[in-house]
Design a protein around this ligand. Sequence first.
Ligand SMILES: [Zn+2]
Length: 304
Amino acid sequence: MNTGRRSPDVLYITGAGHSGSSMLDVLLGSHPQISSTGEVHRLSLEPNSRLCACGTPIDNCKYWSGVRSTLSASLQQQIASWSALPVTGGREAFNGHIRRILGQTLLAVGSRSLVKQIRRFLASLEAQQLAASNSWALFDAIGNHDDTAIVIDSSKSPGRMKSLRVEKPHRLKALYLIRDGRAVAASEMRRKQVDFDTAVRSWVKANRRTRIMLRSMPREDVFHVKYEDLCAAPLETLNAIFTFLGVHRMQQLCIPREGSYHAIPGNPILLRGFKQISIDERWRDELSLEQLARFSKLTKRLAT
Ligand SMILES: [Zn+2]
């Protein structure tokens, strides 16, 4: 552990689900200056039964126990379980549709001072900002424990991203991960048994929300990555991200072996591990010509 060090910056991976964020998170974590945390907003949700990527329940995982000790020392308060430190606002915080919309809109367009002024009147925002504040304490503990300069959070939710940014505007950069919507829709249909239109609309909605939230961030703090580029040229893509983050480039690609990392899984791939990076193009066989034509219509309104 290194005391008196600089607090880490956060790279927040945002975008639609099924876009490859779990794999990207772990690959970025192979850099010695970067900590991979996965969908870290899940850390405080049932940590005694939820599994870490190493296969152990989060509260029993040696890595997360080490981070918890570091955090307890800095807060001067013993944290026995991660459930004691909520790092997500949770659905229950958004009590009512109007309040939720209002809170998200405020985060999208509001300045930092405006959000701080108004949040005390809006329970949803207040809960989300408490989670954001706890999350920053967690990121500091991770950076301190690992002695790293960057912590990755691939929770994806654009609302969470903005809440974190409101707390520490100079310490959060965003990575917008985009994957071909046809591949995402096919993946969603496979896993959730939803119909094609529902899957495509969900992809459009997630990307729209993400773009709205990113609009209020300076361009130099946002990096765009295509999943297809990551698969075709992983080392080059990772090195472009490392340059964006201000850390050194790597000479060769390193795929962490199964069980050696402790990201919080949002995707089962983290528990299974992956031996190589290969593009998933099953959608080419799975989608019909009619569905492909319909895709163009359904996505017309999504600005490119
Ligand atoms: Zn673990």
